[in-house]
Design a protein around this ligand. Sequence first.
Ligand code: MOS
Length: 709
Amino acid sequence: MNEILIGRAVSRIDGPAKATGSARYAAEFTLPGMVHAVLVQAPFAAGRVDRLDIDAARSMPGVLAVLRHDQRVRYFGQTVAVVVADSHERATAAAFAVRVQGDAAAPVADMHHALAAATTPDEMRGGADTSRGDLAAGLADAHARIHATYDTPMEFHNPMEPHATLAAWDAGRLTVWTSTQGIFNAQATLAAAFDLAPETVRVICPFVGGGFGSKGRCWPPVILAAHAAREVGRPVRLVLTRAQMYMNNGHRPQTIQNLSLGCAGDGRLTALRHDGFSQMSDPSLGQFTEGFAIATRTLYSCPAVVTGHKTVPTSFSLPTYMRAPGEASGMFALESAIDEMAAASRLDPIAFRIANYADHDENDNKPFASKALLQCYREGAARFGWARRRAAPRALRDGHVLIGMGMASATYPTQRQPSHARVALFADGGVLVQCGTQDLGTGTYTIMMQMAAQTLGAPADKVRVELGDSILPRSGVSGGSTTAASVMPAVLQAAQAVRTRAFGLALAHQGATWQGVQPETMTLRDGIIASPRGTISLVEVMRSSRHARIEVDTAAALAPDAAKFSRHAFGAQFAEVRIDEDFGTIRVSRYTGVFGVGQLLNAKTGRSQLIGGIVYGFGMALLEAARPDPHTAQIMNANLSEYLVPVNADVPEIDVQTIDDPDMATGPLGLKGIGELPIVGVAGAIANAVFNATGKRVRSLPIRIEDVL
Ligand code: MOS
């Protein structure tokens, strides 16, 4: 049984179902009488639809309905109609036959030209603007200072699984199978859209093929599927094409970030300013700000820090959370600027960071709940072989290939949401664990199994896990790297309560024989309850007490002292790049990441998450960018054929190491989120390595061949 204990390298229990194809994803569910919906999209980015010619589409074979409403267009590809037909192919053909004519206006296709329209967002973690100390004095007194602007592009999530929904109505009740990071979020959004009580909407999502933030909100296509199903009186499936995923589900907004740093002769920061602009859609679509300067408030010790965020309305769809929103894009800029400042101070980048280490949160004036950053620097430097790096650029080469090394810090907040869980123990030793959470592919099923199995002494194959259904106990959105830290305390609490009840029944059953036995001295393993006075089988205890199951439903409350601490996870990223001097090709040749991850629940799935985050960091650094047409605001590379993401050939062996630094302020298990931490800092480490290799400081992502030639 030991092989499934918390912390061990346990394989995903849903692995066989996924490998054999029996795991069903949203687009794979079917219902009798099911029909298909396809979106019709605006062929311009701004203006108004004047004429929507649907006659041809409506008379095509198999077409059941063409739903439309004339409207203002705010981005290219905005949905203006939905075609429903008896097959996906017929619906697609009819959607192409719908003619959309409009009064196209000039779109805002480049945020650089719209900065005058920028406004300060009112909903942001910790506020849009912060200021402490005297920035002007800190800069004026500095021994060395730098000012620089960094740019990050619009990026798209591109989960493997497309967004898909099957919606069915039955006597005023709505059931929706959809790929989502938050079943209760989807339930609430659908209930509001159709003016229903939330409990009349059921959302089912047993598997998610990646989300990366794009499935955090319940986007319009989900609502349109439900609307179409109600209109035609049949279940409707709506699956987005890959290209449509560049118009309907948010993206990481483009940013323009300004950094000013000053430091004293000993390398201590005297002033730090980080502000700039985050691209937004037309404000009528919602609000989102990439919080790029949030991490800057706490990461380093500095007496004068000013941060600020403004949003710029453009003719693109509403941006959203994507892979460490804010931290990933902001830390590219900050960690590049820190590297520039270290070079200006003639200090080693790690020594510079250690000189500016923050031993408490100077923004909130709170102690850190736990922080392993210094260990991450040291351990990472040793594993990576940082000592072999040459301070001067262009000092290491292998023939015509320049070799550079760079590093960066990583940080991501530790957050937790309230969660319920239900655990049931059966007389045969079987265990059922239920929680209305989601498994994005990261291993939620598996860690839930581990926790219940460990607490109730059951082998893995005796534990059944159910999640991804809004009839299960309520839990939160799987976003902000919160799932494990939110769900696992609830599972632990429910399983412990079940065990306590089983012990109580055993004591009652044994009567005088076990009188005076303290429950803390009792154990449950493989269906046997043991005490210092002997053993009794669970089967016998439950039969005699007439229990078919022992079941407990609990809510795990947030830790009361959590707010007294600043709670973050930290890490250190190390990259080696090899750049061909003649061709400018940039390869990451070696990589080490060391992360303080709190209590690690599963060494195998945890390691996979860390490696996955780093790989997406490679994409951010070197490949990923949406390329809008400057005249039409159409995204010209809206598909995986032209929007580049890393593939195996782009990725060397990645060395990851974890450091246990349990955060006991957040919850009883010491957990921190690890989903997003590992992407943070990767682009900075790679940019710094590119500088070390070439002497060229690239301040705009992704770093391209033409930047280093
Ligand atoms: Mo994550 S970008 O918070 O889904």
